[in-house]
Design a protein around this ligand. Structure first.
Ligand code: UP5
Ligand code: MG
Length: 196
């Protein structure tokens, strides 16, 4: 079975991870956060990319796609090897720019189907406030005001155009992510029930 993929996009702190966790409770999807995979690689003993990933994340810059796509495709393969019925994936926080999208196409065209993009739409102010609040306890090196300004800029300049490309293809499902977790999830659930 070919992997069926939903790209989950939205600004920093829009609630991508939170909503993906709720989706996997009720739907047969595996959640792969590109950011979590990169943070895992950064922490791995002997990783040749640890320092590079560290500095990119702190600067809110997008890591070269070769690194990210390797982590994503490995995680997808491992999941499907363990259980062939697990071929549905939520890919959270990817693709974030043109380089990411091209890297995905080069590696995955014909090998995986992108069903749609689930877009969590949220104002920059709400995004920043949520990340600063989380920063009090998250230990994330990018949950500070300086990194957040950069993350927002990167999102606006690089990621929004990717969402717009998918929009033109009629492939974006947008959710107003500024509401409560449960209100957002009610919309997410309706979308997934409709899309299958
Ligand atoms: N929260 C969530 N939903 C809420 C709601 N409805 N109401 C009130 N509060 C809500 O949520 C963020 C915080 O808000 C949490 O405290 C949550 O409780 C609360 P979360 O669900 O974590 O939001 P999410 O959108 O997942 O935010 P995250 O910070 O993870 O988004 P980013 O996209 O910025 O981070 P990510 O981990 O994807 O990427 C980090 C960095 O990795 C990037 O900046 C980049 O440098 C690098 N990266 C790449 O280079 N390439 C990639 O492909 C991916 C990442
Ligand atoms: Mg996240």
């Amino acid at each position: 079975m070919k992997p069926q993929v939903v790209f989950v996009l939205g600004g920093p702190g829009a609630g991508k991870g939170t909503q993906c966790s709720k989706i996997v409770e009720g739907f047969n999807y595996t959640h792969l956060s590109a950011g979590d995979l990169l943070r895992g690689e950064r922490a791995r003993d002997g990783s040749e990319f640890g320092q590079l990933i560290d500095s990119y994340i702190k600067d809110g810059k997008i890591v070269p796609v070769k690194i990210t796509i390797n982590l994503l495709s490995k995680a997808m393969e491992e999941t499907m090897q363990k259980d062939e019925k697990k071929f549905r994936f939520l890919i959270d926080g990817f693709p974030r720019n043109e380089d990411n999208l091209q890297g995905w196409k080069d590696a995955m065209d014909g090998k995986a189907d992108v069903k749609f993009v689930l877009f969590f739409d949220c104002s920059n102010e709400v995004c920043i406030d949520r990340c600063l609040e989380r920063g009090k306890s998250s230990g994330r090196t990018d949950d500070n005001r300086e990194s957040l300004e950069k993350r927002i800029q990167t999102y606006l300049l690089s990621t929004r155009p990717i969402i717009e490309q998918y929009e033109k293809l009629g492939k974006v499902r947008t959710v107003d992510a500024s509401r409560s977790v449960d209100e957002v999830f009610a919309d997410v659930k309706a979308i997934l029930e409709k899309e299958g």
